[in-house]
Each structure stands twice: as structure tokens, then as C-alpha cells.
Design a protein around this ligand. Structure first.
Ligand SMILES: [Mg+2]
Length: 130
């Protein structure tokens, strides 16, 4: 009985793990979108435009300030704009059927090859200049 119960617990913890990732956020965003009948506006082009506009809003928070000053004075706003950027990115990935987690893993693997530690350690040079 105890074994069965702990098996059930581990099954549930696995499920929890699955629904707390990006898929869970996408589900929440789709629910929000569909409750407002906004899918009709969420084509890839307009999602990309919105993503870049939100990135611009994030950028604006740093304009005319040092990094330290912006973070100190605008941390809450930065948090909100980062969320906006991520939300549009997630909606775009959903619209295009792109597994963003896998895409990030693949891109890191590419960057490992592009930027070998021996050449890029402590350097801000682009891979073409290494
Ligand atoms: Mg915004």
C-alpha cells in the first residue's frame, strides 16, 4: 500500500514538473487569448512585431542610465517588460510549432562549437573574429 502510494506521489510530481514548464505558460497564455477572441490577431508577423516592441520597451528602461541605475530605479518595470517579451516569444513558438526548450538546447550546442573555451574565454569577440 505504501509502495503504491509513493508510486502515485512520484507520478504526480512528474506531472507537476511537466506543467510548470514553458508548456504550462503557453497554456495560460492561450487561455487568456482565447477568452478574448484574440487568436485572429496572433499571426506570426504581428507576434514578431509585438515581441520587438516589447523588447524596445525593455530597452527604453535603460536609456540614459547606467545599468546599475536602471536596475535600481526600474526593477519592477524591467520585470514586467521581460514578461511581455517572453509572452510574445512563447505565443510565437506555439504558433510556429517550435519547441522552444529544444531550440535553446540546440542553440547552446551550436554556440559551444562556435565559441570554444580555448579561444573565447574572457573575450567579447564575435566568433568570426576569434
Ligand atoms: Mg510592455
Amino acid at each position: 500500500m505504501t509502495v503504491l502510494w509513493s508510486m502515485e506521489l512520484s507520478l504526480f510530481s512528474n506531472l507537476d514538473e511537466e506543467v510548470t514548464g514553458l508548456d504550462h505558460l503557453i497554456q495560460k497564455l492561450i487561455e487568456f487569448r482565447d477568452q478574448r477572441n484574440w487568436k485572429q490577431f496572433h499571426n506570426p508577423k504581428d507576434l514578431v512585431i509585438s515581441l520587438v516592441l516589447e523588447a524596445g520597451e525593455l530597452l527604453e528602461l535603460f536609456q540614459w542610465k547606467s545599468s546599475e541605475q536602471a536596475v535600481l530605479e526600474k526593477r519592477d518595470d524591467i520585470e514586467e517588460e521581460m514578461a511581455d517579451v517572453l509572452m510574445y516569444l512563447l505565443l510565437l513558438s506555439n504558433e510556429l510549432g517550435i519547441d522552444l526548450e529544444q531550440a535553446v538546447i540546440d542553440k547552446i550546442a551550436k554556440n559551444v562549437k562556435k565559441y570554444p573555451e580555448s579561444k573565447s574565454y574572457g573575450s567579447s569577440k564575435k566568433y568570426t573574429d576569434l
